[in-house]
Design a protein. Structure first.
Length: 159
């Protein structure tokens, strides 16, 4: 069974979002081993300079890299990434499974991800030109992962 790891900077605060993550975690249990890892984002001043932001992103990168499982296809979630249809996303999941790889998704902090993380990733993924709250986006990503598995099995869920 494929292992899917979701590394996210920040903790879920709202009960309804925690409940949604739990629901998709249960649903995904039949398709993969899911591990959601929450990391503490670096604290910044109220009006951080670019050098302060860059230093924080490098520290977050160190935390992230320690949590990426071996043999992982790494997806960095970033605005400049490529947008995929649900079917194309499902194909990425299927390809990782076919090659015996695990999949790791990385959601950065409010300032994004360090350039090194994005450069090292196997794929830069963007889901929209819109901006979403990080906590809500985690639920949206889990739903898309679930949808991908359902598409790959030929389920009517996607219709």
């Amino acid at each position: 069974m494929i292992k899917v790891t979701l590394i996210a900077l920040g903790k879920l605060k709202e009960k309804y979002l925690k409940d949604a993550v739990l629901e998709y975690s249960k649903r995904l249990g039949g398709y993969c081993s899911l591990d959601v890892i929450e990391l503490e984002p670096e604290r910044l001043s109220n009006s951080p300079s670019q050098s302060e932001i860059d230093a924080a992103l490098r520290k977050e990168q160190e935390k992230i890299e320690k949590k990426i499982p071996q043999n992982s296809e790494v997806f960095a979630l970033c605005v400049e990434g490529k947008k995929l249809s649900s079917e194309s996303f499902a194909e990425k999941i299927k390809n990782a499974e076919n090659y015996g790889k695990n999949i790791t998704f990385i959601i950065g902090s409010s300032y994004g991800l360090c350039e090194d993380i994005k450069r090292k990733a196997d794929f830069r993924l963007s889901v929209s030109d819109m901006t979403f709250p990080h906590q809500l986006f985690r639920v949206m990503l889990l739903e898309q992962i679930y949808r991908g598995f359902k598409i790959n099995e030929g389920s009517a869920y996607h219709k």
